[in-house]
Design a protein around this ligand. Structure first.
Ligand SMILES: *[C@@H]1O[C@H](CO)[C@@H](O)[C@H](O)[C@H]1NC(C)=O
Ligand SMILES: *[C@@H]1O[C@H](CO)[C@@H](O)[C@H](O)[C@H]1NC(C)=O
Ligand SMILES: *[C@@H]1O[C@H](CO)[C@@H](O)[C@H](O)[C@H]1NC(C)=O
Ligand SMILES: *[C@@H]1O[C@H](CO)[C@@H](O)[C@H](O)[C@H]1NC(C)=O
Length: 477
């Protein structure tokens, strides 16, 4: 088998297929497409990545801090011009809908990227330069977030270009929404129909409208890419393929989760990892709600109390939601209850930094993950065999939480989606931590299933690589 460097050398000599990635401007979306860029680059293809200047910078910075594997050299970044947009602080954390409305200015401004992307399409469709090598382009392959379908629409007028839409979320969510939009029943036996969330309270009406705009350009995409792997979501991949056939739509699809199975390197010596080194195996619950969750001070107090009362070890990432411009934002200082850090000393650690999540999840001391259930967090946790305590906030998270607790049964709920408007009490938090971490039949069963699923995911990593390679072979045909 060729090493990545050998295949790199082979491909740059002979290849004239160029990839352009067009991400949606939110952390998990930027990150997924950058990981995929890295994998495609390691197969030897020239890769270009286009976003606004601030989002290129954000993606690179957090990517490089993520793990050692991720070296962006050889990927060409294009900073697209946009009119300036506001970067307000996160809105009132008590608000009914927890969707990060404060990012709306940049989501809305993303529509302005159509012209600069069209210009880039024309440029890259004739030639592409990476480092010092210039190639004439035989085919330009555009991989875009499905929330950027409007922006890449001019691909239709570039004869040697083809586009593929990429879904950063779970296929389970995609399939349940597809059923909701088409009015078809949702054929998943493990769930009562009323348990399935509706889009209404997962997002804001403006965002739903933006989504509907994108769907008008779905027919332009040559195939669909799903950020998942078969052991986790095969039923929904198959159902989506069947639904596409039924509707006479294009059913070319590939499940190409950039599985976070890195060689045995951990992120740099981060204080959180050093602290974990000193804890017993599987004893720590990692608590983090991703980059787009804002909690009220009252909710932070309950969480602190719940963690303390559970008497379990914990590593808690306490952060505000990202702003549009992460480089130009004062973060709100959420307070911990008085004396908290003193009382939990030795048992718990709180960090306010951007944490090396993958390094944490695969640390042997970590035995559980209390999570908002962003899809990236779910994928990483499932791959590492860490069971979850689910606390969904918005977007696809309530769907992902159901998949974890009710279908895969590798997690316990902190709250059900029906309770989302209430304050989550310290006793509910304590109860979920205990059932996940302390010795109980339920906890044991959940942990065992998570370990088994992780084995299957790791075994299938090779197949998944094959699925990426089969996509690349098709795209470069
Ligand atoms: C990144 O990769 C390039 C070659 O692909 C190499 O020259 C460079 O040293 C790498 N950088 C880091 C930080 O590992
Ligand atoms: C499902 O994913 C495909 C592929 O990215 C996308 O085109 C489609 O709009 C998504 N549908 C929903 C309902 O999320
Ligand atoms: C969604 O939230 C609104 C308030 O913003 C509420 O009136 C409505 O009942 C909620 N809908 C559902 C389906 O929960
Ligand atoms: C990345 O790591 C460096 C060194 O540990 C740190 O100074 C920087 O703040 C980190 N970046 C982010 C986005 O957290």
């Amino acid at each position: 088998m060729a090493t990545p460097m050998e295949s790199l050398a082979l491909a740059t000599d002979s290849d004239d297929v160029v990839f352009l990635m067009v991400p949606f401007p939110a952390q998990s979306h930027l990150n997924q497409l950058l990981r995929l860029s890295h994998l495609i680059r390691s197969r030897g293809f020239p890769v270009h990545y286009a976003a606004t200047a601030v989002h290129c910078r954000q993606a690179k910075l957090r990517h490089e801090n993520d793990t050692l594997l991720l070296n962006t050299s050889g990927i060409t970044f294009h900073e697209l011009p946009t009119p300036p947009f506001n970067s307000p602080p996160p809105s009132e954390p008590y608000s009914f809908v927890k969707f990060p409305q404060h990012l709306w200015p940049s989501f809305e401004a993303s529509l302005n990227l159509r012209q600069p992307v069209a210009a880039l399409l024309r440029e890259l469709s004739s030639s592409s330069s990476v480092d010092t090598t210039t190639t004439r382009t035989r085919r330009l392959v555009v991989i875009h977030d499905y929330m950027m379908s409007y922006v890449v629409q001019d691909v239709a007028s570039v004869p040697n270009a083809e586009s593929y839409s990429f879904d950063c979320g779970s296929t389970f969510c995609n399939f349940s929404l597809t059923c909701q939009f088409s009015g078809k029943p949702f054929p998943v036996a493990q769930l009562e129909p009323e348990a399935i969330p509706t889009l209404d309270n997962c997002t804001i009406p403006e965002f739903t409208k933006l989504f509907v705009i994108q769907t008008q350009f779905n027919h332009l995409s040559h195939g669909k890419l799903f950020n998942t792997c078969r052991p986790i979501e095969v039923p929904y991949l198959d159902l989506l393929a069947d639904a596409a056939v039924d509707n006479n739509n294009n059913n070319k699809q590939w499940a190409i989760a950039p599985t976070p199975l890195l060689p045995a390197v951990t992120a740099n010596h981060h204080p959180t990892l050093e602290w974990l080194d000193k804890q017993p195996p599987r004893s720590v619950i990692y608590v983090s709600f991703g980059s787009l969750t804002t909690m009220s001070q009252q909710q932070v107090n309950e969480l602190a109390l719940g963690l303390e009362e559970s008497k379990q070890r914990f590593l808690w990432v306490l952060r505000d939601a990202d702003r549009v411009d992460i480089f130009n934002a004062e973060s709100t200082i959420l307070q911990l209850p008085e004396g908290f850090e003193e009382r939990v000393k030795g048992l718990g650690k709180v960090t306010r930094d951007w944490a090396p999540q993958l390094g944490i999840l695969r640390h042997p001391s970590v035995g559980g993950f209390m999570s908002h259930c962003g899809w990236n967090s779910c994928l990483e946790s499932l791959t590492m065999g860490v069971p979850l305590a689910t606390w969904p906030m918005h977007s696809d998270q309530p769907y992902n939480a159901l998949l974890i607790t009710h279908i895969l049964k590798v997690g316990v709920p902190v709250i059900g989606w029906g309770e989302r408007d209430e304050l989550v009490t310290s006793s509910a938090i304590k109860k979920s931590i205990e059932s996940l971490m302390a010795s109980s039949d339920e906890g044991h069963a959940v942990r065992t299933r998570a370990e088994e699923l992780s084995k299957v995911i790791k075994q299938s990593a090779e197949d998944n690589d094959n699925e990426l390679d089969s996509f690349l072979a098709y795209a470069a045909r």
